[in-house]
Design a protein around this ligand. Structure first.
Ligand code: NAI
Ligand code: MG
Length: 366
């Protein structure tokens, strides 16, 4: 059987950028003889409109069974007033939670053609290629107790940072595995100077390293210093592993080193399935961009690069992933830019479809 891919395009620009990925999937079948069993379903507001929930049980079951899930984006102003329990974002949270996707890979890669677009100097970012591995299913976003409570005559808002040893060990392992496929270097970030969970984090990462990955170069850094170092000289890093909260902030910071939200892919990985590969959800980092939805301005590259990550991590098609990445690199080098990749004095931007056309043409030449 062909490997299975579940596509959840979602809301806003989600379906627009996903349309360009579907053309690439078609191209791979026709030109490279690589076929996927693709099925599509609803998530987010689109699912709420039909089912009254942001992710139907049947869709959840399909996601559990698929070799990989590719998601566009969820959310939009139409759904902002909904109860939190049925908000579009809850569809995504349910997928992450029930698939137990504890390891979130956020690459920050700077294509040479876009180095001048970064807010940092060209030589600081040109050729940058790092990955932040963020723990995604635990920590302060989930820890109990949480809530807003009455304390005397005022309210107190409480969240709890909580990590078990096994939660830290499994994300550390996924970072070391990734590092072995790259330049064999991991930097772990926490705040062991002021947080108990940080002390445990540092200990467990070191233990996993010493026991199973002594060949990988490991360093530890306080997360606030990490933020400084990311902006000062990001090329000192290869793989960074950190908790949910620090990872949220640090990966957004690293993302901006490279230019635009429209360029950033991500992968969320869980435990290995029967085929030996991790459960996986791939999605662009950006949201549904209601401000440009329906205008044809969306940059499809983040979604295309997310699909390339799926080729590499879920389908063992690293060469095909590289082919797609090279095609993207070529169209950027040729000067094609969607509106988000242009400065105020830029030329004429291309549309979502025109960017897709150009990537397909570059693939044809590859
Ligand atoms: P956003 O990422 O949707 O947009 C932020 C800004 O970046 C907007 O100006 C947008 O036009 C631009 N942008 C984003 N992706 C782009 C692309 N591919 N090409 C060109 N420009 C792009 O974040 P925002 O505005 O905070 O949230 C909008 C909605 O998306 C909300 O409902 C939010 O909850 C949801 N959201 C969903 C996410 C997901 O599905 N994973 C992640 C972030 C937000
Ligand atoms: Mg964030």
């Amino acid at each position: 059987a062909n490997p299975s891919l579940l596509i959840l395009a979602g809301d806003g620009i989600g379906p627009e950028v996903m349309a360009e990925v579907k053309r690439i999937i078609g191209w791979m079948g026709a030109k490279r003889g690589i076929h996927f069993d693709v099925s599509e379903d609803l998530v987010g507001g689109a699912a709420y409109d039909v089912h009254g929930v942001p992710l139907a049980d049947a869709t959840m079951a399909k996601a559990q069974a698929a070799d990989a899930v590719l998601l566009g984006a969820v959310g939009g102003p139409k759904y902002d007033k909904l109860d939190f329990s049925v908000k579009p974002e809850r569809g995504l949270l349910r997928l992450r939670k029930e698939m137990d996707l504890f390891s979130n890979l956020r690459p920050a890669q700077c294509f040479d053609a876009l180095a001048d677009f970064s807010s940092l100097k060209r030589d600081v970012v040109a050729g940058l290629d790092i990955v932040i591995v963020r723990e995604l299913t635990s920590g302060v976003y989930f820890g109990e107790p949480r809530g807003i409570f009455k304390e005397g005559n005022e309210r107190v808002g409480i969240n709890t940072q909580r990590y078990t040893e096994s939660e830290i060990a499994r994300v550390a392992k996924s970072a070391f595995e990734l590092a072995r496929k790259r330049s064999n270097k991991v930097c772990s970030m926490e705040k062991a100077n002021v947080m108990e969970s940080g002390i445990l984090w540092r200990d467990v990462v070191q233990e996993v390293h010493d026991r199973d990955y002594p060949d990988v170069e490991l360093s530890h850094m306080y997360a606030d210093n990490g933020a400084m170092q990311l902006v000062r000289w990001p090329k000192q890093f290869d793989v960074i592993v950190t908790d949910n909260l620090f990872g949220d902030v640090l990966s957004d910071c690293a993302a901006m080193l490279t230019g635009s939200l429209g360029m950033l892919p991500s992968a969320s990985l869980g435990a290995p399935m029967a085929n030996g590969r991790p459960k996986a959800l791939y999605e662009p980092v950006h949201g549904s961009a209601p401000d440009i939805a329906g205008t044809g301005k969306a940059n499809p590259i983040a979604c295309i690069l997310s699909f390339a990550m799926a080729l590499r991590y879920s389908f063992d098609l690293g060469d095909e992933a590289t082919r797609v990445e090279k095609a993207v690199e070529k169209v950027l080098a040729d000067g094609l830019r969607t509106a988000d990749l242009m400065g105020p004095d830029g030329g004429t931007p291309v549309s979502t479809t025109q960017m897709g056309d150009a990537v397909l043409a570059a693939l044809d030449e590859s």
